[in-house]
Write a protein that binds this ligand. Sequence first.
Ligand code: PMP
Length: 998
Amino acid sequence: MKNQFDLKFVEKLVNSKYGIKAKAIQIEGETDDNFKMSNDDNSFFFKIYPAKTKIEFVQFQTKILKNLECNINTARNVFDKKNNFFSHFIDEGNDVRYVRMNTWIHGRLWSSINPLRSTIREQLGFKSATLVKDLQREKLTYERKDFHWDLANFEWIKSYYKKIGLNKKYLLTIKQLLDNFKKNRKKYNKLRKWLIHNDLNDNNIVVSNDLKNPKIKGFIDFGDSIKSQLINELSVTCTYGIVKSLNPLKSACEIIKGFHWVINIHKEEIDFLYDLILMRICVSVVKSRLNKKLNSENKYLQISNNDMNILFDRWSSLNKELATCFFRDACSLSPISNEKKFKKLIKHKRSSINTLFQNSDLRNLKNLDLSVSSNWLSNELINDVDSFEKKINFEPNLIYYGGYMETRVVYDSEDYEKLTDSGFENRTTHLGIDFWVKEKTTVHSIEDGIIKVLTNDKTIKGYGGLIIIEHNIENIKYYSLYGHLSNQNNSKYKVGDRINRGEKIGEIGANKENGGWCPHLHFQIMLTLLDFEDDFPGVCMEDEKMIWSSICPDPKLILEMQTNKNIHFNENELKNLRTRFLGSNLKLSYDLPIYIVRGFNQYLYSNKGKKYLDTVNNIAHVGHQNINVVNAAKDQIGLLNTNTRYLHHEILSLSKNLLSKFPKKLSKVYYVNSGSEANELALRMTSLYSKSEKFIVFEGGYHGNTNKTIEVSNYKYEGEGGRGKSENIYEIPMPDKFRGKHRGKDSTNKYYKELEKIISKASKSDEKISAMIFEPIISCGGQIELPSGFLKKCSKILKKFDILMISDEVQTGFGRVGEKYWGYELHGIIPDIVTLGKPMGNGHPIGAVVCSEKIAQKFDNGLEFFSSFGGNPVSCKIANEVIKEIDSKNLQSNAKKIGKYLKESLNKLAKKHSIIRDVRGTGLFIGFELVNDKLVPQAEKANYLVNRMKEMGVLMSTDGLEKNVIKIKPPIIFSFSDTDRMLTLLEKVFNEDFMHKG
Ligand code: PMP
């Protein structure tokens, strides 16, 4: 029993016994009284054992620490004044109380770390194995009969678990565990026994204070150490190391991998791991229920109860056999034990594709690439079964097949997706081969066998009609799976029926009965059914494919078909090639760059099939690879692509459409290939118009990568490597009401005065200024909204001095700002020139300059304007289609609606996380700042945030002069659910240590 000693008493006690003056703080413990003792120089751990503690136990504890002097992750015994490892005093009840002290391990507890990533889990495994190895240096034992925390004693639970109000699932699980344990007791008893720590729970693991990449610093509390099965140690470590993980199996494997690195885990031990982890979870829950009854005030005793209940649900719902395959893989064993034997067997016991489809003409088989980067599978085919079928049947003599271990994008129904520690993840990798044969094609068993499953899978994009047959050849069992058959209700077979090799078992199903697919056979081989009863996965997570390829070997081996080798690049190869061929200031995004191979609406897909929600690419305005835009491009490029020196209708049709979006004053258009070129041309036009090369620009403005546009881009010339401001440039300070030179309410006037100052100074010295170039919302500068009324005020004085206004709408144009079609309209002004780029071609390079008749006339001074590519029929057709998409799908109003919701949601999030400030922007052109309470920009946190969001499947970017602004400018098809998804993950990251601690 604990005593709750007076802290002053403890301090005196420590001083008298150890000669150390230190302040005491009580720390929670199960039965002992524990204290942290600190003074200016040092901290110590001090323990008072309960009365009646056996001296042998105290000796055992100190000997453990002595034994571990070689281990850098454990504390050292501190001698008392008499040079003893422990001491004692007599308490008020006249009992002897043993005390001991050891050094303090500085750091945080594992339980407080967020996020727990794979690196630290592997390290936990590695270090815990090192610890247990070091524990064996000298033979130490301490007999503890019937110790409840020894998993070898699990049966103690039998007398308690039914009496403490556990739910049915717990009762069933514990009963099952007891039965299994009894059945396998002999094998278990034979496993090696070591002295183990036995309690590396999340409050006994000390982790460094590094918030980004924390490391394991030490292990404490050897109070539960015993000699027991070594595998119990790993089971306990796993149990607490995976608490709170959304994918506990993967997390456990990380720990196991690290452990196995140091201590080779035996096959026989692996077989017990799943149950032992579940046993430890149950012991923890049962103990905490019992303790609650006995000792209701001690909160420590119930700490992990909630988390354990959640872990219980997650762990107990895993497939035990599958989990064991994962463990074997983590221990460098083949996930399936008879994989080798099977592969040997089928070398002389093959079947054939002719057996599978007895009557089909199989002469013309062709491999079909449906991988993420497949050119064959255009986006429009992904959700359009009819078009897919048409294409599949385009060459009637061909039978397409393929797909084993192919990572695909077609599995996008809810059934394939789950929220994991790495964000939303889809099962994407195909485990069988598809044969794209026609509906009603007969299907035959590849080998003698017994029907194990005969059912109709009703899930969307599931198997539809499904048969699984068990084969037992030369005492090796395997299974063949036939999916997407016709409805099985009228099958003449039932489960348990014997089937002969070549016997017809069914027919290929039509779309309505095969799970909603174009007719085909999904054929798969499995070496086990795992614990599935009337289903079996046909698709797995990409990062689990090595394990699944062992469970489901390549069916081509059995069907005697060629195995295709697809050539794929990996990220490292690509990075190396970039270094070799490209200039090093061509930068990649993110700490670990991603290899993107497909775009589809608001998503980008990596080569590994990872789906990224894209909030960065405002160029893919109406969606990546928008089907209508792609088709427009395809139609025109096959017909004609020349320059503007011939008559053509497309450039005129585009000009008419484009100019209809502008007021009458802006009536002429010039086509170029990029935003930079558009601005370059605009600057040239204004120079000619006013015979001056002097320009007014904004701090933070960016207008392009050509010489002239860099000269007017403060963001670049003042940025790293920039040449600084040229003499002909006049700057208005960043009109930022939040952190700019002038803040708050009167900022409109104050920024206006800055312009006034520039103009009056220039006019005093007779300097003619040509134009002011600006963005209606300053994008690269950090999504800065100009103060209200500011531009309107500016326009008057600019007009007065005949200074032209160039509105750079490269980012803000085409409905993105929601409220209006163009950004300048937000300010109630009409500029003299508007420049366009990025979204205009939805990824295709096209830009434009729109100006008044008068400016166009002055520009025509005899020098011909010609751009080889500007205004070509393909670009014009594409831009026309983009405008059509925005109009026909009401995307401007979508930007307004979703932008409003996004802003509101971000403001709500900002209430919970004070680092988020000044959510700003309009429509789907939003930004927010990350600052501390003194408004100091938090660039490192912004960088951390976008990298973490990327890992979780959302692409975001930082910008602003101090790189602390998170910019959100997705394709304007972005939806409410996209917003919710992004917010869910943002909230997760904002809760991580690096974002709010330190
Ligand atoms: N103006 C603005 C506002 C821009 O954001 C950009 C590109 N980031 C440009 C001009 C230059 O466009 P491009 O990269 O197409 O040359």
